[in-house]
Design a protein around this ligand. Structure first.
Ligand SMILES: NC(=O)c1ccc[n+]([C@@H]2O[C@H](COP(=O)([O-])OP(=O)(O)OC[C@H]3O[C@@H](n4cnc5c(N)ncnc54)[C@H](OP(=O)(O)O)[C@@H]3O)[C@@H](O)[C@H]2O)c1
Length: 247
């Protein structure tokens, strides 16, 4: 196992991509802390599945869009666990709508949950990584942060911001042996994409050269690669995992 002795925090680890990332990290021997905001049952289910396969996991509730709540929770985590060596900033939401009618409340919620959270959570965690002179941070972006998408201006702006944040953090933290990368998933089967209509899904399939929707597990594998020493010379990059959709 490649991640024995590591402690990973996965935001939004109760469901979807975060859950798959948490499971994959645990399979490689990392102890995993699963963050969630409302779905305690799903968070506990993921922890139990990890325990059943011989891994170690715990769940912690905090809203990544709430700065004080996030800082307090991470301070407590660092007191309890002593270190966090892998951070996956995965929690995210969509609030789709055309720009003409889009509310500032939705803009703020999307930006705060998808982008500001990555900055706030990282800021709270990096002191521990600096002390250890070791760490891997992985931000969850999206292919639409590179291509743009009608009806998703706020979401695309947040995910494009993730790319700039990744590069800047990578430059600031490289001398402390902390690597920072992003993953840009394409169309992945989760609760987030279940909301789309069959017609919307068909239109998206036609844009995917590999001809199928991706699985959360396929993103989980990319997370493990970027978390482990297998990617020891990679930092500041956005790894696109999209079946060729964004080419
Ligand atoms: N699915 C895709 O096709 C796709 C494509 C590109 C990028 N992504 C990105 O991948 C990430 C995960 O997406 P997903 O498809 O797995 O979504 P999902 O199935 O809707 O799961 C979202 C997760 O984020 C958590 N969450 C939401 N708001 C939160 C908050 N304010 N504080 C803490 N946790 C919060 C949820 O917790 P609860 O269970 O407590 O609600 C849940 O664990 C997101 O950043 C998304 O933008 C997804």
């Amino acid at each position: 196992m490649t991640l024995e002795g590591e402690i990973a925090l996965v935001t939004g680890g109760s469901r979807g991509i975060g859950r798959a990332a948490a499971m994959a990290l645990a399979k490689e021997g990392a102890e995993v802390i699963i963050n969630y905001v409302s779905n305690e049952a799903k968070a506990k289910e993921t922890c139990n599945e990890i325990a059943a396969m011989g891994g170690k996991a715990s769940a912690v509730k905090f809203d990544v869009a709430n700065i004080d709540e996030t800082k307090t929770a991470i301070e407590q985590l660092l007191k309890d666990k002593k270190k966090i060596s892998i951070l996956v900033n995965n929690a995210g939401i969509t609030r789709d709508g055309l720009m003409m009618r889009y509310s500032i409340e939705d803009w703020d919620q999307v930006l705060n949950t998808n982008l500001r959270s990555a900055f706030v959570v990282s800021q709270a965690v990096i002191r521990s990584m600096m002390k250890e002179r070791k760490g891997s941070i992985i931000h969850m972006g999206s292919i639409v942060g590179i291509t743009g998408n009608a009806g998703q201006a706020a979401y695309c702006a947040a995910k494009a911001g993730i790319i700039g944040l990744t590069k800047s953090m990578a430059k600031e933290l490289a001398s402390r042996n902390i690597r920072v990368n992003a993953i840009a998933p394409g169309f992945i089967e989760t609760d987030m994409t279940h909301a789309l209509t069959e017609d919307q899904k068909k239109a998206i399939f036609n844009e995917i050269p590999l001809g199928r929707i991706g699985t959360a597990e396929e993103i989980g594998q990319a997370v493990v690669f970027l978390a482990s020493s297998q990617s020891s010379y990679i930092t500041g990059q956005t790894v696109v995992v999209d079946g060729g959709m964004g080419m």
